[in-house]
Design a protein around this ligand. Sequence first.
Ligand SMILES: Cc1cc2nc3c(=O)[nH]c(=O)nc-3n(C[C@H](O)[C@H](O)[C@H](O)COP(=O)(O)O)c2cc1C
Length: 338
Amino acid sequence: MNYQELLDKARKKMAPHCRVCKECNGVACKGEIPGTGGKGNGNAFKVCVDFLASVKINMDTIYEDNGQDTSISLFGKKFKYPFFAAPIGGMDFNYNGAITEAEYAEAVVKGTNKAGTAAFTGDGAPDHILLDALPAIKEVGGLAVPTIKPWKNDKAIEKIRKIEEVNAMAFAMDIDSAGLINLALAGKPVSPKSVDELKELSQATKIPFIVKGVMTAKGALKALEAGAYGIVVSSHGGRVLQDAPATCAVLPEIREAVGDKIKIFVDGGIRSGADVFKAIALGADAVLIGRPYVIAAFGGGAEGVALYTEKIGAELRETMIMTGCSKISDINRDKIII
Ligand SMILES: Cc1cc2nc3c(=O)[nH]c(=O)nc-3n(C[C@H](O)[C@H](O)[C@H](O)COP(=O)(O)O)c2cc1C
């Protein structure tokens, strides 16, 4: 299977929920929640894609070539590439149910592992969304990051115990889900978390804790105070707040505020190896990619996920060759023009 065949297959299988557009930018699916779109006018999704397109990369091929090492270390482990699959839940209500939650988790967890990276997995109103991912995570020796909704702390800690059972290398909480309407509609409301509540969660386990859905320097400092290992600068794919800014646009001020005290992931509209490069140059340690991984799983299962990972990895490597970067830490602000 090649990538074009994967897309063709996915387009047929995902209709009408995801159109598998030539550019995955939130225009065709705007306002479609449940579904794959951004909230309301869809701008919070589209602005991420548009911002990344506006960032330019400086070309320089006059240097002594020592090859390119695309690997990074996180959670005390080494990964071949600095990007991961973002957590996505709701294969039936956001997509058309053509693959189950367990099948999606299996494809994305095993496919990314095969290609040398890892996946975050999702959660939702039905308990099984989180639970269905755990067997696949156990099978890969815990090399994944289950992500739980901001449930009340006693319920969240119950879920953390299940995550510990499969030896997950970290867990995340998408605190921005406080704004998700489908949880409220399903009678399972979630709410914002105080620093003390987040601290209780990070202290409840030895597993590193990642706070997902931070969009300001102040928010990042609060996550740091709560004892988080890392944050994901994310607007939940533009699904929780209409007219939120581009995630990569707020990234530099967040990095400046927290320095190297916390790991920074970013997601939202990252669609190519060049985009991964730009996000790292803007201050991210690593990147998450969401919707395109669902397309890869629908189009080709675990094989499709591995193929997509290698495609983005190859593009990143090519960008590093053209910019004189022999390792990920060479990718910095001097390499781009904003
Ligand atoms: C259909 C759908 C379901 C999602 N489910 C979750 C989830 O369960 N947990 C979570 O933390 N984020 C969830 N997200 C947000 C993604 O993890 C990610 O932040 C977002 O898709 C941005 O990346 P993208 O533009 O590459 O898709 C979901 C996004 C979509 C589109």
